[in-house]
Design a protein around this ligand. Structure first.
Ligand SMILES: [Zn+2]
Length: 261
């Protein structure tokens, strides 16, 4: 009897630069290997080689150098195609072959991958959702217990993006691009000191970091219960912050408070 090879994609996550995560997604049947962003070309190329995977595509989330800075080198070494938002080319002048703006459906073997427009951190930021493995690659839009800085967008836009991600199923694994969890945790605890779900989350996250283990991926259900930015429409939080049932105003205030924290 011959075991049929598994067709489920495999996600390989590894630390890059000072606090980025690099991601390779390999689909065994099609031999496709996707590199989510390109924070550190040499490290990513070495990781792919060690796994015997050939990078076939880079999918960028946004133009920042710690996300698209390795595009040129990875493409020159592997001949891969690069997909991502126009800003990768226009802002960073990094190579880009196919422009994505959200709403597209990509293929990983036979599996669908949905591209979501999630602007706010940058104006053309996109995220990738793969239902077959209940996983979303969200770049710098959503972090464990936090969200990205609002460098280019406005609060309405960013809150819309967070709501779009929050609408994904509770069991969605959130693969964000940085290990910022403990500093986000301190802010979340200052905002909602009596949130019991957050207390449980805090114990797990601190224990993981004490063992030098990643807190990523995080689950959407946990983020919905504990991430203050995803809770900008929570009436108790709004009352506490005095934002009068205005979710956008609440999000904007939380973002400002975190910037100054
Ligand atoms: Zn960024």
């Amino acid at each position: 009897m011959i075991d049929s090879p598994s067709t489920a994609p495999i996600v390989c996550m590894f630390e890059c630069l000072s606090d980025n995560y690099g991601y390779l997604i390999h689909h065994p049947a099609s031999k496709q290997t996707i590199c989510i962003d390109s924070p550190d070309a040499d490290l990513i190329l070495a990781k792919a080689k060690s796994l015997n995977w050939k990078i076939t595509q880079i999918w960028n989330t946004h133009w920042h150098p710690d996300h698209a800075g390795g595009n040129a080198k990875i493409q020159s070494e592997t001949g891969c195609d690069i997909w991502g938002p126009q800003e990768v080319k226009s802002r960073l002048t990094a190579p880009l072959d196919t422009v994505l703006s959200g709403g597209e459906t990509l293929k990983l073997g036979e599996l669908d991958v949905f591209v979501l427009a999630t602007p706010g951190h940058t104006l053309q930021h996109i995220s990738y959702y793969i239902p077959a493995i209940s996983s979303a690659f969200v770049g710098d839009t959503l972090f464990a217990l936090g969200c990205g800085r609002m460098f280019e967008g406005n609060p309405t836009m960013f809150w819309d993006s967070l709501q779009k991600l929050r609408a994904l199923p509770d069991n969605t694994k959130i693969y964000c691009a940085h290990e910022y969890t403990l500093s986000n945790l301190k802010f979340a605890e200052s905002v909602e000191p009596n949130n019991e779900d957050l207390k449980a989350y805090a114990r797990t996250a601190r224990a993981l970091r004490q063992q030098d283990k990643p807190t990523i991926p995080t689950l959407m259900s946990a983020e919905k219960a504990c991430n203050p930015f995803l809770r900008s429409d929570d009436s108790l939080l709004q009352t506490q912050l005095g934002t009068k049932s205005d979710s956008v105003e609440t999000f904007a205030l939380l973002r400002k408070m975190k910037d100054d924290f």
